[in-house]
Design a protein around this ligand. Structure first.
Ligand SMILES: [Zn+2]
Length: 283
């Protein structure tokens, strides 16, 4: 499997000279299974550049097919959707999975941000590509692009956010953006979801000090990310979804702190990476 990071920032895009190294786009990660196909994890503003790159291949000719997994529908996870150009190419096919009470509710959420008051062009129904939308049953395994996928809800805001585990053969990737654990760490069924993953992409919005200041926002600190990685004994932790006000130097410090915490708390074997826009990881 190959992971591509197109947007690693939380809450709102943060472009500018202070964020050029880690990037300013909001959450979007691509996962290409070794057996072919494409899974897109969230559609923050990073989805725009992913879409542009896809148009060079089959998606540019209307022969592309991909699946999109949405953790939740806060702006920083869906704002790139109307700007994801392969959706406008007739012939392309997209399967969207997300955590609403029903498929029509999820469709309504995506349609809502494309209402004429917010968006000048098409509506969801006439973008061009074929789109089907499916609400996920939590905990149950389902097949996406030849991979086995399971989801669990983490506490986040008023509606929660899904974490996804994607397995292809012996390899596994977990995507856990926006995780505001209550009670010190992930719930037992969530630790189970993360268990032994080759890569855990984890919310690491804050330093522990800033998390205390902004506790009501429902995000993890780097300390929470480290705790989850150690509890689930993952092989590699990828810090993700940095606060919009953190400059590159702040994110460097966040990563150094994560490394130190891993070493101090029994996670010496766990590799740590700070997600960087434009980078790839092969699993
Ligand atoms: Zn959120």
């Amino acid at each position: 499997m190959q992971l591509g990071f197109w947007g690693v920032r939380g809450s709102i895009p943060a472009p500018g000279p202070a964020t050029v190294r880690y990037g300013g786009n909001t959450a979007c990660v691509s996962l290409r299974p070794a057996g072919g196909g494409l899974i897109v994890l969230d559609c923050g503003t990073g989805a725009r550049n992913l879409g542009i790159s896809l148009m060079e291949g089959a998606f540019g000719k209307g022969g592309g097919e991909a699946s999109i997994l949405l953790s939740h529908a806060h702006w920083d996870h869906i704002q790139g959707f109307p700007f994801f150009v392969p959706l406008y190419q007739p012939g392309n096919k997209f399967h969207i999975f997300g955590g609403a009470k029903s498929s029509s509710m999820l469709e309504g959420i995506l349609e809502g941000q494309m209402a004429p008051q917010y968006f000048p062009v098409q509506t969801l129904k006439n973008m061009g590509a074929t789109i089907d939308i499916v609400a996920i049953a939590e905990g149950e395994a389902f097949k996406v692009e030849g991979c086995q996928v399971r989801a669990r809800t983490n506490p986040h805001g008023r509606a929660g956010a899904l974490a996804f585990r994607i397995e292809e053969g012996a390899h596994s990737v977990v995507y856990a953006s926006d995780a505001g654990y209550t009670g010190g760490g992930p719930a037992p069924e969530v630790v189970e979801l993360y268990r032994g993953a080759d890569v855990l992409i984890h919310d690491s919005t804050y330093t522990p000090e800033d998390k205390k200041r902004y506790a009501d926002r429902g995000y993890s600190s780097v300390e929470d990310a480290v705790g989850a990685a150690i509890a689930a004994q993952v092989k590699r932790l990828v810090l993700f979804h940095y606060d919009q006000d953190y400059a590159d130097g702040d994110v460097d410090a966040l990563c150094a702190r994560g490394r130190r915490l891993l070493d101090e708390r029994g996670g010496k074997e766990i590799e740590l990476t700070g997600a960087t826009e434009g980078s790839t990881i092969t699993v």
